[in-house]
Design a protein around this ligand. Structure first.
Ligand code: ZN
Length: 82
């Protein structure tokens, strides 16, 4: 039983991977498993990375504009006092 499983693992090619749902050998670039029709998560990774990058850029911009507004308010308050 274990020997058969080892052979299966060795049989997998560079361009192939296992379906995350049914475990069948499918092409790495395949978006959907031909055996069970489940969409593979690997194809979404780059998209998720882009979303994460975009989100960190937006957060950075908000932080920068927020601190600029804070400094402007601080200068305005100090100008009002003195
Ligand atoms: Zn599958």
């Amino acid at each position: 039983m274990n020997e058969n499983q080892d052979n299966l693992i060795k049989d997998i090619k560079e361009s192939e991977c296992y379906c995350r749902d049914c475990g069948a050998i499918i092409k790495k670039e395949a978006e959907i498993c031909v055996h069970c029709g489940i969409r593979q998560s690997s194809s979404h990774k780059s998209y998720l990375d882009d979303v994460k990058k975009l989100r960190s850029i937006i957060i950075g911009l908000i932080a920068i504009s927020g601190s600029v507004v804070f400094i402007m308010i601080l200068v305005w308050i100090l100008d009002e006092i003195f």
